[in-house]
Structure formats: C-alpha cells, structure tokens
Design a protein around this ligand. Structure first.
Ligand code: PXP
Length: 238
C-alpha cells in the first residue's frame, strides 16, 4: 500500500489568518496519526506564512510516525533543520511571492548548493528527498546529488485534471519517469495538487512509495473532521 504523508501546513494557515492560537497544527498531528497516516509533513517557509519555528519544535515532540520537513536551501532554514533533526527533509524551491510551491527544484541548475545541503543533512542522519518535476534529467541530477528519494511534483497532472486538459498524457509522463527513477535505485514519492478525485491513478503507479497530500485533506476536514478526511484518503491509497 502506498504510504500517506499528511501535510498540515494549512491548519496553521487558518490560524495565521487571525494571528491567534487556533487551530493548532499539533492537534492535526494527533488526529492524522490516530487516523493511520504514515507520516506528517510540514513546510517551514522563510516568510513563516503558516508553520512557525515554535510549531516545528512542538510537532517534532509529538510525532510518533515520521516527520518530513519541507524546506528550501536557505541557510537559516538549513540550520533549523540541523538542530531539529526531523526524520526526513524534502528540499523544495521557494519563491516569496508564490501561493504554493509552483514547480520542482532545478537540481541540475543549482547542483553545488543542493549537493552541499544534502550532505550536511545526511551527515546528521536525516534522510533527504528532493522535490522535482517529472523529468529524467532532474531525477539523474538528484541521484548524483546523493539522495535516495525523490518526490515528483504532480502539479501539471493535477492542473490538467481540473482544467480538463490531457491528464492522461501527464500521467503517462509521470509513470515513465517514476519507472526510470526506480530503475536508478531511487525511492519514488509524489505530491502536490492531489485530491480525492485524482489521486487513484497516481497511487496505482507501480512501486510508488508515498504520496504527500495537504490542501485537499485539510479542505475536506472542514466538513468531516480531520480524522475522517485522513481515513478516506488512506482508503483511496489502499
Ligand atoms: N509535497 C511537497 C513537496 C509540497 O511542497 C507540497 C505543498 O506544500 C505538497 C506535497 C502538498 O501539496 P498539496 O497541499 O497541494 O496537497
């Protein structure tokens, strides 16, 4: 069964809309784990628009499954990761103005920097994954940069699905590049824009290790509660 990582950033987004103390992302960790998720994902952004430093340390204290910290290669954030020691970090590109992580990391274009951060994190015993577009040259560069895991950005597939574009073609691209990456010995994950409606075909990609999903689960949780929202998504990954 494909593992489910629940991204809880948007619980903090709602809190930050009022700069108050609720809803608490730590409670989201407890509910998600109770519902059987495989791990918790959060993104400490440079602008701290949702998860903050204090959230991260509290989350780290309560997680009993697996904590995957999404982060850029910004030196301040790298230092926080080295101090916090999550189980895993996923290196993502980050632009201040973007609404969400718009594309994958250009590993080949930032090779030296990425390789340096990967090796510093790994030296501390932290697993490292790179969030990349479904392109073979990025998977090759990721392998060369010293990681065992990549997460493919499923945004193009998700957009095609919503916009009535050719999502079958995007899916086929994803399938092919996943197979190539696995053939290179990489562990393959995917995420971004996955929903209850579009997740099935991605979860069924042969060998897919984990899907990391946030926005759709938190959106459903508004109506069903987070426990049920996670459970339902888990069923779809079965
Ligand atoms: N994986 C990565 C690396 C991400 O940056 C994000 C968004 O923060 C996700 C997964 C989850 O995306 P979504 O919120 O669209 O499910």
């Amino acid at each position: 069964m494909t593992r489910l990582g629940v991204n809880i950033d948007h619980v903090a987004t709602v809190r930050e809309a009022r700069k108050t103390i609720e809803p608490d992302p730590v409670q989201a960790v407890l509910e998600s784990e109770k519902a059987g998720c495989s791990g918790i994902v959060c993104h400490l952004r440079k602008d701290r628009r949702h998860i903050g430093d204090n959230d991260l340390s509290r989350i780290k204290d309560v997680v009993t499954t697996h904590l995957n910290l999404e982060m850029s290669v910004d030196p301040e954030i790298v230092e926080i990761a080295l101090r916090t020691l999550p189980d895993e970090t996923t290196i993502v590109p980050e632009k201040r103005q973007e609404i969400t992580t718009e594309g994958g990391l250009d590993v080949s274009g930032n090779y030296e920097k990425v390789r340096d951060v990967v090796s510093r994190l790994r030296d501390k015993g932290i697993d490292v994954s790179l969030f990349i577009d479904p392109e073979e040259r990025q998977a090759e560069a990721a392998k060369k940069a010293g990681v065992d895991t990549v997460e493919f950005h499923t945004g193009r597939y998700a957009e095609a699905f919503i916009g009535g574009g050719d999502h079958e073609e995007e899916l086929e691209t994803l399938r092919k590049v996943c197979a190539t990456a696995m053939g290179e010995g990489l562990r393959v994950c995917a995420g971004h824009g996955l929903t209850y409606a579009n997740v099935g075909p991605v979860a069924r990609i042969e060998g897919m290790y984990e899907l990391n999903i946030g926005h759709s689960i938190i959106s459903r949780a508004i109506f069903t509660g987070l426990y049920d929202a996670v459970k339902e998504m888990k069923e779809l990954l079965r």
